[in-house]
Design a protein around this ligand. Sequence first.
Ligand code: F0G
Length: 394
Amino acid sequence: MRHRRPDPSGSGLRDVFAARRGGFGLDASGVWRYRELVFPDADSDVVTYPEGNTPLLERERVARWAAVSSLLMKHEGHNPTGSFKDRGMTVGISQARRLNARAVACASTGNTSASLAAYAALAGIPALVFVPIGQVAAGKLAQTLAYGAKTLLVRGDFDVCFTLAREASEKLNVYLLNSVNPFRLEGQKTIVLEMLEQLGWDPPDWIALPAGNLGNTSAFGKALLEALDVGLISRLPRLAAVQAQGANPFARSFRDGFARRHPVTAETVATAIRIGDPASHGRAVAAIRATKGVVADVSDDEILEAKAVVDASGAGCEPASAASVAGVRKLVEQGVIRKEERVVAILTGHVLKDPGILLRYHQEADPPPPRANHPIEIEPSLSAVEKVLGEGGR
Ligand code: F0G
């Protein structure tokens, strides 16, 4: 999707964005504040929570674990439904309203469905979601039900759900809001725009993000190229897209120079990115090439360790999000990212999205994983509390 060139551009446009901070209405949204680059003509149709305005966190011990001197985390879990999906959904649902859609639909590993359900409720449009049965984290399924979407538990994986949702939307005249929808991607670009603004438009050397269906990787590439084109920034950061080893079709494809696609049967603890045949492959290839980026993959153990470190830093994130931090550590180890380079890792979802994995890791796993914080059962007495304290802090 191409918009007309904003006027002003460069520092003038930076001033326009800056003047909107702390404003009301559209300006209160960390998506619509950048509307010249997102959806210049939307106005009365806009459905906004508002969303965005997420923090850029510095956590010394996460940087130390990843072995880089400068690591910031853009925490998209601070969006209204707890994931970055709200940034795309506010734009997608606004377009659905413009089109007078009778209903909206998506296939999802859980976050898109939660976000779609909430924004459809906000807009008063019926929502239909297709999710893989037994493969959606508890927090996400609970949200989707609570916000009132018609929720179909499909006997198949995400890739099956996506094919079905696509077919249903074509045949049944329902507006499809997966990230193949260009309006979704326009909204997701603002993760990058907001982060660049938070850095005073001085780009980092690297942006690391988890990669599943590759919508976000595509949106990031587009955002960076446009930011460069309109003079918001003067050089491009490199993208590092990170997949789970059990769901790594894009990493496999990267390793053979993107000569072909490598669909896989996906399996990983990071259910958000449990995707074997990503829909936005082509656009994501373009994004990696244009930014001289890389694609890495990390094991489930590495994801869980990174997650435990991010969680224990007080930041907290869901498993898929931790793939970005695990990927940074791995790329530093491999010498791809240099220690002194400035890195921003995207945390895509909130720690409470997947309570099941937390309880398994900290309470149930036997033997306990190295960073498990096992709860301690006690008699209701002060001496029992004293005894625990005496055993020393961590
Ligand atoms: N992180 C989280 C928390 C996600 O939910 C997703 C995707 C990704 C990363 C990967 O982003 O697909 O654009 O490459 N979740 C989708 C969903 C598939 O249905 O919620 P991507």
